[in-house]
Design a protein around this ligand. Structure first.
Ligand code: NAP
Length: 468
């Protein structure tokens, strides 16, 4: 990479802005400053930190339209979704502004009169974050808010496709009064920044959202300095529809889960597993609703499905589609592409496929596109086997109005987030994260602040006053 890179609009191919790459010297200096700032930030009382976080959140809300427009231009997602993401990003800051005041320790009764045992929580130190392009705002605040609330300092590297949203959000943090060295943004290639972050003695924690392959590299590279790690990695969500489900609700929620951000989300329903008794009716209803979705530039308020982020993403979708069609999948709607290689724009029309088999590539690899493959099942055990037949374990969904079926599925599914009659379970106040190769740790809820805290045990002796 040169000393700068260009951010393009994936819907038009137009150049939006050029961003300066931070060289090694600059990044090392930023890490040192983040480390130094920790000494003062960690000592500021929790109520003051909370107040600053609240001011930051307010800034995001005041600048919602501006940030949403930047996001749609660099990421491509429809404005409606970008506005929703700004709200979602702010909700993490709101939640952790409150949690800052609830970082409690405890006292433990000692087994002798001469001792007192006190447990306290302390911030881990400087946190370095790397985030992906698909949620340019929320993936950052989900990490920065608990880190700052805990008393950590924070440095982030956004994806090269979508740095502008993040740059603006960090500026707003500074405008809100959070010191410049407490939250910083550096730009450049992930492979370079990842190395600088993991090799640095100043960094005590790495928090990453992105692909499983990169997550594994970061875990390995964090081993030499024994850093804390939180990993939000890839997913391949199953969505099971039992024979007794409310099919209209299932269609509506499948669309909410599958087609948000043109299917480029880690929690997207990628494998739609439907009871044999209702598969034809469900497929027909889903295809009819999906064929109404409008593809286009996200800046157009009527757009439902924006562009695919880049050629690499498009090629992956296309090769999964080619494989499925060669092996007998039937297209109910979609399988249309508006591609302009010269401009670098890639639109994939939302697609519903039937007659999908477990051997097809799209049943094993994360799709990251608006393709909904439907596969039938005969027994609940078969549905569970298909659903769990992946190294991923991030999100799973199922639809049923039968409490026995629901209880069984909720217990059997090996996934960190499970939606029962719910295609959109994410919330700042709930723990988000994956099992198996989908990650380590949780973000959001009570659980989301713990990874930024160390536990310190203080034992005070010589406290027996009985003889005095
Ligand atoms: P990616 O290739 O892993 O990129 C994500 C980030 O990692 C980018 O900032 C990228 O930098 C950086 N990166 C790339 N190579 C690196 C390396 N060797 N060392 C350190 N950092 C490196 O992922 P993506 O394909 O852009 O994003 C989609 C993935 O994210 C999917 O797998 C999706 O499921 C996952 N995701 C997970 C969650 C979750 O919460 N579990 C949420 C959203 C997305 P560059 O700018 O150089 O590319």
């Amino acid at each position: 990479m040169e000393n700068q890179f260009t951010v393009n609009n994936p819907a038009t191919g137009e150049r939006i802005q050029t961003v300066q790459v931070d060289n090694e010297e600059k990044v090392k200096d930023a890490l040192k400053r983040g480390h130094e700032a920790f000494k003062t930030w960690s000592q500021i009382n929790a109520h003051k930190r909370s107040e600053l976080l609240n001011k930051w959140s307010l800034k995001l809300k005041e600048h919602k339209e501006e940030i949403a427009t930047i996001m749609t231009k660099e990421n491509g997602k429809p404005l409606r979704e970008s506005r929703g993401e700004v709200d979602y990003a702010a909700s993490y800051i709101d939640w952790y502004a409150e949690e800052a005041k609830r970082i409690y320790g405890r006292t433990i009764p000692a087994n002798t009169e001469s001792k007192r045992i006190i447990v306290t929580k302390q911030p881990v130190g400087l946190v370095a974050a790397i985030t992906p392009w698909n949620f340019p705002a929320a993936m950052m605040t989900r990490k920065a808010a608990p880190a700052l609330a805990a008393g950590c300092t924070f440095i982030v590297k956004p994806a090269v496709e979508t740095p502008l949203t993040m740059i603006r959000i960090v500026e707003l943090a500074h405008e809100a009064g959070i010191p410049k060295d407490v939250v910083q943004c550096v730009n450049g290639r992930g492979s370079v920044m990842g190395k600088l972050f993991t090799e640095s003695d100043y960094v005590r924690k790495i928090t990453f959202t992105g692909s499983t392959a990169v997550g594994k590299t970061l875990i390995k590279n964090s081993a030499d300095t024994i850093k804390h790690v939180t990993m939000e990695l890839g997913g391949h969500a199953p969505l099971i529809i039992a024979k007794d489900s409310d099919l209209d609700l299932a269609v509506e929620q499948t669309i909410a889960s599958k087609f948000r951000n043109a299917g480029q989300t880690c929690v997207c329903a990628n494998r739609i597993i439907v009871a044999d008794e209702v598969v034809d009716t469900f497929a027909e209803k889903l295809a009819a609703a999906v064929s109404d979705l409008k593809v286009g530039n996200g800046l157009d308020e009527t757009t439902d499905i924006g562009p695919i982020i880049n050629q690499k993403g498009y090629k992956k979708i296309k090769s999964q589609m080619d494989d499925a069609l060669e092996n007998g999948a039937e297209v109910l709607t979609g399988n249309k592409y508006d591609v302009d290689e010269e401009k670098g724009t890639y639109f994939v029309h939302p697609t519903v496929l039937k007659n999908v088999k477990t051997s097809m590539v799209m049943m094993h690899e994360e799709t990251f596109g608006p393709i909904a493959p439907i596969i039938p099942f005969q027994s609940l055990n078969e549905a569970v086997k298909i659903a769990n037949g992946t190294p991923f374990g991030l999100a799973a969904y199922f639809f049923t109005n039968d409490y026995r079926t629901g209880t069984y599925l909720s217990e059997q599914l090996q996934f960190g987030i499970v939606g029962w009659n719910d295609g959109a379970p994410s919330a700042a106040h709930a723990p988000f994260g994956g099992m198996k190769e989908s990650g380590l740790g949780r973000e959001g809820g009570l659980e989301g602040i713990e990874p930024y805290l160390e536990t310190k045990y203080l034992s005070i002796g010589n406290l027996d006053f009985s003889g005095e």
